[in-house]
Design a protein around this ligand. Structure first.
Ligand SMILES: [Zn+2]
Length: 280
């Protein structure tokens, strides 16, 4: 079927949320479903075709490994896995995180709330907020529904960011996926806390025919548009793809429909530049 891609597109884009794991069969399959290939060369080409100048990898690898493989078009957040939160591993994991934060390609810390069954205000996380404050780099937190049925939703409800953001007012938090589908709660947290931003990644998956999607899920799109607009802070939303989850070109068109034209340059580019690439 001919897919409807509007001609007007953002002039420059930063992808504030992707996963970069070439040679991983699971990610290979997800990429193919989205009409992509899970390789560095293909990502580079897809970025070029869609005016994506830079990407921020949500460091889904161990704290100590892998970042050396990232091409210069990518920065990354140091990922804090369940393993790092176990009492016997905490000290070494914190040290590893700190050494990553002193690397200029490391632009923040990523927490996998929900995938990790640890409350955000647990003592295991507090040193990471202190580190983020010391290094002036943001803490991105998975929020909203998870890709794995083994994860626990009670640890990734957007309301949980409120307390962390309030106790650590000098830390910038990024609520990944705008807490989808808890949009109303997510909007309340963003409205109240100036130090919380949100990325608009992962709001759908695979390919999308927008004409068909508008008919089938127009109500969902209205909800997204409504709660993004309600926050009245277009400086707080960032475009992200959750690569390789979606087709890049189609997802850009989807987000264009949720954000008024006059805010595209902030949402697609300027906010991510400020939050991730000007920190430190
Ligand atoms: Zn993600």
């Amino acid at each position: 079927m001919e897919r409807h891609i509007p001609t007007e597109r953002p002039e420059r884009v930063i992808d504030a949320h992707l996963h970069f794991q070439p040679k991983n069969p699971h990610f290979d399959a997800i990429a193919r479903t989205a009409g992509h290939e899970n390789t560095a060369a293909h990502l580079e080409r897809a970025y070029l075709e869609n005016a994506v100048e830079h990407g921020v990898v949500m460091g889904n690898r161990e704290l100590v490994k892998a970042w050396r493989e990232y091409p210069p078009t990518l920065s990354f957040c140091a990922g804090v896995h369940q393993h790092a939160l176990e009492p016997e591993n905490r000290e070494a994991a914190l040290e590893a995180c700190e050494s990553q934060l002193s690397n200029p390609q490391c632009v923040g810390i990523k927490l996998y709330a929900g995938y990790c069954a640890v409350p955000l205000m647990d003592g295991a996380y507090i040193p990471y907020y202190e580190l983020a404050e010391r290094y002036g780099k943001p803490v991105a937190v998975h929020m909203g529904v998870t890709a794995s049925p083994r994860a626990l939703l009670k640890y990734c409800h957007p309301l949980l960011i409120d307390e962390a953001a309030t106790r650590f007012p000098r830390v910038r938090f990024v609520m990944c996926h705008f807490g989808n589908p808890w949009l109303m709660d997510a909007a309340a947290v963003l409205e109240k806390n100036d130090n919380v931003a949100a990325d608009l990644s992962g709001l759908l998956s695979g390919r999308v025919d927008l004409d068909e999607y508008r008919v089938r899920l127009g109500g969902y799109m209205d909800q997204l548009r409504t709660w993004v607009a309600y926050v009245e802070r277009y400086d707080a939303f960032m475009f992200g793809t959750d690569w390789p989850l979606v087709n890049l070109s189609e997802y850009i068109a989807f987000i264009c429909e949720l954000v008024p034209r006059e805010h595209w340059d902030d949402v697609f580019y300027g906010n991510a530049r400020r939050v991730y690439l000007s920190a430190g």
